[in-house]
Write a protein that binds this ligand. Structure first.
Ligand SMILES: O=C(O)[C@H](O)[C@@H](O)[C@H](O)[C@H](O)COP(=O)(O)O
Length: 254
Protein backbone atom coordinates (compact mmCIF):
# COMPACT_ATOMS: atom_id res chain seq x y z
CA UNK A 1 0.00 0.00 0.00
CA UNK A 2 2.92 2.31 0.43
CA UNK A 3 6.67 2.54 0.93
CA UNK A 4 9.06 4.42 3.19
CA UNK A 5 11.25 7.17 1.87
CA UNK A 6 10.96 10.75 0.78
CA UNK A 7 11.54 13.83 2.87
CA UNK A 8 13.82 13.14 5.83
CA UNK A 9 12.68 9.55 6.19
CA UNK A 10 9.01 10.38 6.04
CA UNK A 11 6.75 7.38 5.63
CA UNK A 12 4.73 7.76 2.44
CA UNK A 13 1.58 5.65 2.18
CA UNK A 14 -0.52 5.70 -0.96
CA UNK A 15 -4.14 4.53 -1.26
CA UNK A 16 -6.22 4.30 -4.44
CA UNK A 17 -8.53 7.17 -3.44
CA UNK A 18 -9.32 9.72 -0.73
CA UNK A 19 -11.43 7.26 1.23
CA UNK A 20 -8.47 4.89 1.37
CA UNK A 21 -6.03 7.63 2.35
CA UNK A 22 -8.42 8.80 5.07
CA UNK A 23 -8.58 5.23 6.35
CA UNK A 24 -4.78 5.12 6.58
CA UNK A 25 -4.87 8.32 8.61
CA UNK A 26 -7.71 7.04 10.80
CA UNK A 27 -5.67 3.95 11.65
CA UNK A 28 -2.81 6.22 12.77
CA UNK A 29 -5.17 8.36 14.87
CA UNK A 30 -6.34 5.23 16.70
CA UNK A 31 -2.83 3.85 17.20
CA UNK A 32 -1.43 7.12 18.48
CA UNK A 33 -4.47 7.90 20.59
CA UNK A 34 -4.30 4.57 22.36
CA UNK A 35 -0.52 4.81 22.88
CA UNK A 36 -0.70 8.39 24.20
CA UNK A 37 -3.56 7.61 26.58
CA UNK A 38 -1.76 4.51 27.87
CA UNK A 39 1.62 6.23 28.30
CA UNK A 40 0.58 9.72 29.40
CA UNK A 41 -3.11 9.49 30.22
CA UNK A 42 -3.99 11.96 27.49
CA UNK A 43 -4.14 12.23 23.70
CA UNK A 44 -3.30 15.70 22.35
CA UNK A 45 -4.62 15.83 18.78
CA UNK A 46 -4.52 18.83 16.41
CA UNK A 47 -6.98 18.84 13.51
CA UNK A 48 -6.28 20.20 10.05
CA UNK A 49 -8.40 22.71 8.17
CA UNK A 50 -9.70 22.83 4.64
CA UNK A 51 -11.89 20.28 2.89
CA UNK A 52 -9.73 17.15 2.74
CA UNK A 53 -10.06 16.28 6.45
CA UNK A 54 -13.85 15.90 6.12
CA UNK A 55 -13.37 12.36 4.82
CA UNK A 56 -11.25 11.54 7.88
CA UNK A 57 -13.61 13.26 10.32
CA UNK A 58 -16.55 11.27 8.92
CA UNK A 59 -14.63 8.01 9.36
CA UNK A 60 -13.65 8.82 12.94
CA UNK A 61 -17.21 9.80 13.88
CA UNK A 62 -19.02 6.90 12.20
CA UNK A 63 -20.12 4.28 14.77
CA UNK A 64 -20.31 1.72 11.96
CA UNK A 65 -16.57 2.12 11.36
CA UNK A 66 -13.94 0.50 13.65
CA UNK A 67 -12.27 3.79 14.67
CA UNK A 68 -14.72 5.72 16.86
CA UNK A 69 -14.96 3.06 19.56
CA UNK A 70 -11.16 2.69 19.73
CA UNK A 71 -10.23 6.34 20.34
CA UNK A 72 -9.99 7.49 24.00
CA UNK A 73 -12.26 10.50 23.48
CA UNK A 74 -12.68 11.17 27.22
CA UNK A 75 -8.92 11.69 27.44
CA UNK A 76 -8.48 13.50 24.14
CA UNK A 77 -7.57 17.18 23.98
CA UNK A 78 -8.56 18.68 20.60
CA UNK A 79 -6.60 21.55 19.09
CA UNK A 80 -6.67 23.24 15.66
CA UNK A 81 -3.53 23.71 13.58
CA UNK A 82 -4.96 26.86 12.05
CA UNK A 83 -8.09 28.93 11.68
CA UNK A 84 -9.49 31.57 9.44
CA UNK A 85 -10.20 34.93 11.08
CA UNK A 86 -13.96 34.49 10.98
CA UNK A 87 -16.63 33.67 13.61
CA UNK A 88 -17.00 30.01 14.63
CA UNK A 89 -20.31 29.69 12.78
CA UNK A 90 -18.92 31.12 9.53
CA UNK A 91 -18.93 28.78 6.49
CA UNK A 92 -15.14 29.21 6.21
CA UNK A 93 -14.46 28.29 9.85
CA UNK A 94 -12.29 25.19 10.31
CA UNK A 95 -13.83 24.84 13.76
CA UNK A 96 -17.36 24.79 12.32
CA UNK A 97 -16.39 22.12 9.78
CA UNK A 98 -14.78 19.94 12.47
CA UNK A 99 -17.68 20.40 14.86
CA UNK A 100 -20.28 19.41 12.29
CA UNK A 101 -18.41 16.39 10.92
CA UNK A 102 -16.69 15.13 14.07
CA UNK A 103 -16.83 16.95 17.41
CA UNK A 104 -20.62 17.01 17.70
CA UNK A 105 -20.65 13.24 17.06
CA UNK A 106 -18.03 11.92 19.48
CA UNK A 107 -17.90 12.06 23.31
CA UNK A 108 -14.98 14.44 23.71
CA UNK A 109 -15.67 16.72 26.70
CA UNK A 110 -16.41 20.32 25.66
CA UNK A 111 -13.72 21.69 27.99
CA UNK A 112 -11.19 19.61 26.05
CA UNK A 113 -11.97 21.24 22.69
CA UNK A 114 -9.61 24.19 22.36
CA UNK A 115 -10.92 26.55 19.70
CA UNK A 116 -8.80 29.20 17.99
CA UNK A 117 -10.77 32.41 18.36
CA UNK A 118 -10.89 33.55 14.77
CA UNK A 119 -13.55 36.10 15.63
CA UNK A 120 -11.12 38.12 17.77
CA UNK A 121 -10.62 41.54 16.12
CA UNK A 122 -7.00 41.36 17.28
CA UNK A 123 -5.51 38.22 15.65
CA UNK A 124 -2.16 38.64 17.41
CA UNK A 125 -3.91 38.70 20.80
CA UNK A 126 -5.92 35.61 19.82
CA UNK A 127 -2.70 33.82 18.88
CA UNK A 128 -1.05 34.71 22.18
CA UNK A 129 -4.11 33.60 24.13
CA UNK A 130 -4.21 30.31 22.29
CA UNK A 131 -0.55 29.62 22.93
CA UNK A 132 -1.17 30.22 26.64
CA UNK A 133 -4.20 27.89 26.55
CA UNK A 134 -2.21 25.22 24.75
CA UNK A 135 0.68 25.47 27.23
CA UNK A 136 -1.75 25.33 30.16
CA UNK A 137 -3.48 22.26 28.73
CA UNK A 138 -0.32 20.36 27.77
CA UNK A 139 2.41 21.73 30.02
CA UNK A 140 5.89 21.53 28.64
CA UNK A 141 7.23 18.44 30.28
CA UNK A 142 10.10 18.28 27.84
CA UNK A 143 13.30 20.18 28.50
CA UNK A 144 12.95 22.74 25.74
CA UNK A 145 9.72 24.16 27.12
CA UNK A 146 7.73 23.44 23.96
CA UNK A 147 4.51 21.43 24.50
CA UNK A 148 4.47 18.21 22.51
CA UNK A 149 1.28 17.34 20.70
CA UNK A 150 0.84 13.61 20.20
CA UNK A 151 -0.49 13.94 16.67
CA UNK A 152 -0.84 16.90 14.30
CA UNK A 153 -2.96 16.43 11.19
CA UNK A 154 -2.04 18.69 8.29
CA UNK A 155 -3.11 19.35 4.73
CA UNK A 156 -1.20 20.70 1.75
CA UNK A 157 -2.07 23.53 -0.58
CA UNK A 158 -1.10 23.52 -4.28
CA UNK A 159 1.48 26.23 -3.42
CA UNK A 160 3.07 24.05 -0.76
CA UNK A 161 1.47 25.81 2.22
CA UNK A 162 0.38 23.87 5.26
CA UNK A 163 -1.75 25.00 8.19
CA UNK A 164 -1.71 28.74 7.47
CA UNK A 165 2.02 28.87 6.82
CA UNK A 166 2.00 30.25 3.29
CA UNK A 167 5.16 30.82 1.20
CA UNK A 168 6.78 34.16 1.91
CA UNK A 169 4.62 35.02 4.93
CA UNK A 170 5.94 36.20 8.30
CA UNK A 171 4.59 33.36 10.47
CA UNK A 172 6.65 30.87 8.45
CA UNK A 173 9.79 32.41 9.93
CA UNK A 174 8.44 32.83 13.48
CA UNK A 175 10.79 31.11 15.93
CA UNK A 176 9.75 32.97 19.09
CA UNK A 177 6.18 31.77 19.32
CA UNK A 178 4.15 28.59 18.90
CA UNK A 179 0.97 30.18 17.55
CA UNK A 180 0.95 33.22 15.30
CA UNK A 181 -1.33 35.60 13.47
CA UNK A 182 -0.39 35.59 9.82
CA UNK A 183 -1.43 38.04 7.11
CA UNK A 184 -1.68 36.22 3.80
CA UNK A 185 -1.45 38.76 0.94
CA UNK A 186 -2.62 36.32 -1.74
CA UNK A 187 -5.81 35.77 0.27
CA UNK A 188 -6.05 39.36 1.46
CA UNK A 189 -6.84 37.89 4.85
CA UNK A 190 -5.49 37.14 8.31
CA UNK A 191 -5.12 33.64 9.62
CA UNK A 192 -4.17 32.04 12.96
CA UNK A 193 -1.67 29.22 12.73
CA UNK A 194 0.70 26.87 14.50
CA UNK A 195 4.29 27.81 13.75
CA UNK A 196 7.14 25.47 12.80
CA UNK A 197 8.55 25.20 16.35
CA UNK A 198 5.23 23.76 17.58
CA UNK A 199 4.81 21.49 14.58
CA UNK A 200 8.38 20.21 14.88
CA UNK A 201 7.88 19.37 18.56
CA UNK A 202 5.03 16.99 17.74
CA UNK A 203 5.40 13.27 18.41
CA UNK A 204 3.78 12.62 15.04
CA UNK A 205 2.66 14.63 12.04
CA UNK A 206 0.39 13.24 9.32
CA UNK A 207 -0.18 15.03 6.02
CA UNK A 208 -3.45 13.85 4.46
CA UNK A 209 -3.41 14.94 0.81
CA UNK A 210 -5.65 14.00 -2.11
CA UNK A 211 -6.32 15.12 -5.65
CA UNK A 212 -4.28 15.58 -8.84
CA UNK A 213 -4.05 19.32 -8.25
CA UNK A 214 -1.79 18.56 -5.26
CA UNK A 215 0.57 16.22 -7.17
CA UNK A 216 3.15 18.87 -8.16
CA UNK A 217 3.39 20.20 -4.60
CA UNK A 218 3.64 16.67 -3.16
CA UNK A 219 6.48 15.84 -5.57
CA UNK A 220 8.23 19.16 -4.90
CA UNK A 221 8.08 18.62 -1.14
CA UNK A 222 8.89 14.91 -1.00
CA UNK A 223 11.37 14.60 -3.86
CA UNK A 224 12.16 18.04 -5.21
CA UNK A 225 14.01 19.42 -2.23
CA UNK A 226 11.85 22.51 -2.55
CA UNK A 227 11.96 24.95 0.35
CA UNK A 228 8.18 25.05 0.57
CA UNK A 229 6.44 25.51 3.93
CA UNK A 230 5.29 21.87 4.07
CA UNK A 231 8.87 20.73 3.42
CA UNK A 232 10.00 22.61 6.51
CA UNK A 233 7.81 20.56 8.85
CA UNK A 234 10.36 18.18 10.34
CA UNK A 235 9.45 16.70 13.71
CA UNK A 236 12.91 16.31 15.26
CA UNK A 237 11.80 13.71 17.78
CA UNK A 238 8.67 12.56 16.04
CA UNK A 239 7.38 10.67 13.08
CA UNK A 240 6.32 12.12 9.76
CA UNK A 241 3.72 10.35 7.65
CA UNK A 242 2.17 11.28 4.31
CA UNK A 243 -1.15 9.59 3.53
CA UNK A 244 -1.87 10.19 -0.15
CA UNK A 245 -4.35 9.09 -2.73
CA UNK A 246 -2.96 7.87 -6.07
CA UNK A 247 -3.78 11.17 -7.78
CA UNK A 248 -1.82 13.26 -5.29
CA UNK A 249 1.06 10.75 -5.46
CA UNK A 250 1.09 10.66 -9.28
CA UNK A 251 4.03 13.04 -9.55
CA UNK A 252 6.32 10.96 -7.36
CA UNK A 253 9.15 9.05 -9.02
CA UNK A 254 9.30 6.35 -6.32
O1 LIG B 1 -7.28 26.31 6.78
C1 LIG B 1 -6.87 25.69 5.79
O2 LIG B 1 -7.29 25.86 4.63
C2 LIG B 1 -5.88 24.59 5.98
O3 LIG B 1 -5.28 24.56 7.13
C3 LIG B 1 -4.95 24.52 4.81
O4 LIG B 1 -3.59 24.40 5.12
C4 LIG B 1 -5.41 23.30 4.06
O5 LIG B 1 -4.98 22.13 4.75
C5 LIG B 1 -4.85 23.29 2.66
O6 LIG B 1 -5.16 24.54 2.07
C6 LIG B 1 -5.52 22.17 1.86
O7 LIG B 1 -6.88 22.47 1.81
P1 LIG B 1 -7.92 21.46 1.11
O8 LIG B 1 -7.93 20.23 1.95
O9 LIG B 1 -9.24 22.19 1.15
O10 LIG B 1 -7.41 21.20 -0.28
Amino acid sequence: MGEPGGLSGARVLVAPDLAGAAELAAQEVVARGQAAAALRGRFALALAGGHTPRALHALLADPAQPFRARIPWARTEIFFGDERCVPPDHPDSNYRAAREALLARVPVPERQVHRLRGEDPDPAAAARAYEAELRAALGSEEGDGVPRLDLVLLGLGPDGHTASLFPGTAALEASDRLVAANHVPRLGAWRLTFTLPLLDAARAVIFLVAGAEKAPAVAAVLEGGADLPAARVRPERGELLWALDAAAASGLRR
